[in-house]
Design a protein around this ligand. Structure first.
Ligand code: FAD
Ligand code: SF4
Length: 481
């Protein structure tokens, strides 16, 4: 039972957004966030259901009705702390989680109208916490549930994406001495180098990471595990008691068609890393340049393709997405597709590239594509696209971005073969504890599941932390026996 008056409004309280024409020319945040009045209005749409389906729908089990209850009553410090205790990265999840297929997908209010804007409210409390650090810290100190159970143990985390950050924070809260090793010069994984500034401002990522540091987590950047040390060395010469591997799925997939080596062709990873991590859109103020064509074609239908297309549009290219299936089959979030369309990205559905065409100087001039039609569903459950004979035609372009997926780097299992991987180089783990085949070594996130989502990676980081805590406490009891 809610102890506030339920707001019967059927529609979600809209989130203010930057004007589409305006935002298509800048890298500032698209969605602007709720003010206090909008947040309370939306929070009061929550029915405080006894069976709490939304909590089960969340991979890190945020106590959603509880944090919303605080917001509805105007106690934002407690709303923040209640959320943050379960979710290490609320400012990030509130912006990029696919809530429509998780907590909001099972929200009771969704049966007769829009679900409660759980993501919008999560973003609200997280941002409120940043704006009111003293009050947020005081409330969090009451809520966070620290203990010293793992005092004296050293844990190495390989990779600083959402899985590694979550695992690190959970273990540090229990007193473990945690060091995160990151291959790049910046912490955050895809949150820092992949997802663009206009969806996830990098100062917010830095602020969430700074809060993880306040728990005592140490970060060592520019360290590639598998090159400087391998995992076995971490557990022997480097003296760590346990290791978590959260190395993600950062290797781009290619189309393997003629012309992929032409100038003007790149992967979404390269484009997004240059723009996000190296701030190439501010070249020459920043060192890294980025090539921008007049007409850009992006191939793919997921979030990465939307991010690449919206980025090339902002850099000034007339941008078209080509995708071999139909709109309904697109794996990208509905909101991202809508935003891309509003900003002026064009879509060419049921279209597949077969060849990239270049001039004598090795520069791209166009892409030959073929029309597709959908036949029976394949193993993914989506209808299989098949080429329409004789439908080949050329789309002129001088920039082509490949955004058809990412896969995992084999470095860890190649350098430490005791850690078993499958034929796709994904690490094999016990689904409950995240333990790998090597004692003391745990893994989670995209390195195990293949390219997935932030919240699934965080869920795995949390499960692995519980698995590591159990492993270490068992080890301590064995040593005492
Ligand atoms: P990652 O975030 O990939 O982090 C792995 C880290 O490990 C990296 O920093 C890497 O440098 C480091 N590393 C790798 N190998 C080593 C090594 N040998 N030694 C040391 N460090 C190493 N998900 C959503 O939920 N919503 C979205 O809107 C969304 N948009 C996306 C947009 C883009 C462009 C991309 C690429 C992904 C997107 N995703 C989105 C997916 C999501 O970001 C990933 O599922 C998530 O980041 C995976 O987390 P992770 O911790 O497993 O790995
Ligand atoms: Fe509130 Fe929806 Fe969760 Fe019910 S399911 S408690 S209405 S957020």
């Amino acid at each position: 039972m809610a102890d506030y008056e339920i707001n019967r409004q059927k529609e979600k309280t809209p989130m203010p957004e930057q004007d589409a024409q305006e935002r298509a020319k800048n890298f500032n945040q698209v969605a602007l966030g709720y003010d206090v009045e909008q947040a309370i209005n939306e929070a009061r749409r929550c029915l405080q259901c006894k069976n709490r389906p939304c909590v089960d729908g969340c991979p890190v089990n945020v106590p959603i009705p509880d944090f919303i209850n605080w917001v509805a009553k105007g106690d934002f410090a407690m709303g923040y702390a209640t959320n943050k205790r379960a979710n290490a990265l609320p400012a990030i999840c509130g912006r990029v989680c696919p809530q429509e297929t998780q907590c909001e997908g099972v929200c009771t209010r969704g049966k007769t109208g829009d679900p409660v804007g759980i993501g919008y409210l999560e973003r609200f409390v997280a941002d409120w916490g940043f704006d009111h650090p003293a009050e947020a810290a005081a409330a969090f100190a009451v809520q966070q549930g620290r203990n010293a159970k793992l005092h004296g143990f050293r844990v190495a985390i390989v990779g600083s994406g959402p899985s590694g950050l979550t695992c690190a924070g959970e273990l540090a809260k229990q007193g473990a001495d945690v060091t995160v090793f990151e291959a790049l010069h910046a912490v955050g994984g895809v949150l820092s180098y992949g997802i663009p500034e206009f969806r996830l401002p990098k100062d917010l990522v830095a602020r969430e990471i700074a809060l993880t540091e306040t728990l005592g987590v140490k970060f060592e950047n520019n360290v590639v595990i598998g090159k400087l040390f391998d995992v076995k060395e971490l557990m022997t010469t480097q003296g760590f008691d346990a290791v978590f591997i959260g190395t993600g799925a950062g290797l781009p997939s290619y189309l393997y068609i003629e012309g992929e080596g032409l100038n003007g062709v790149c992967t979404a990873n390269e484009l997004l890393t240059r723009v996000n991590l190296m701030k190439a859109y501010e070249f020459p103020e920043y060192d890294t340049p980025v090539y921008v064509g007049k007409k850009c074609v992006v191939v793919g239908g997921g979030n990465v393709a939307m991010d690449a297309a919206r980025t090339s549009l902002r850099l000034g290219a007339d941008t078209t997405i080509v995708y071999r299936r139909g709109r309904e089959e697109m794996p990208a979030r509905v909101e991202e597709v809508r935003h891309a369309e509003e900003e002026g990205v064009k879509f060419s559905m049921l279209t597949n590239p077969v060849r990239l065409i270049g001039n004598d100087d090795g520069w791209l001039t166009g892409v030959e594509v073929v029309d597709m039609e959908l036949s029976e569903p394949d193993e993914s459950g989506r209808r299989r696209p098949v080429p329409v004979e004789g439908s080949n035609h050329v789309i002129d372009c001088d920039m082509f971005v490949i955004a058809i997926g990412n896969h995992s780097n084999p470095l860890i299992s190649q350098t430490t073969p005791e850690i078993k991987a499958n034929e796709r180089n994904l690490l094999i783990v016990d689904p409950e504890t995240c333990a790998t085949s090597m004692p003391g070594v745990f893994a989670g996130g995209d390195a195990v599941s293949g390219a997935a989502t932030v919240i699934l990676a965080m869920g795995a980081g949390k499960r692995a932390a519980a698995g590591i805590a159990e492993y270490l406490t068992n080890k301590a009891s064995e040593n005492q026996a």
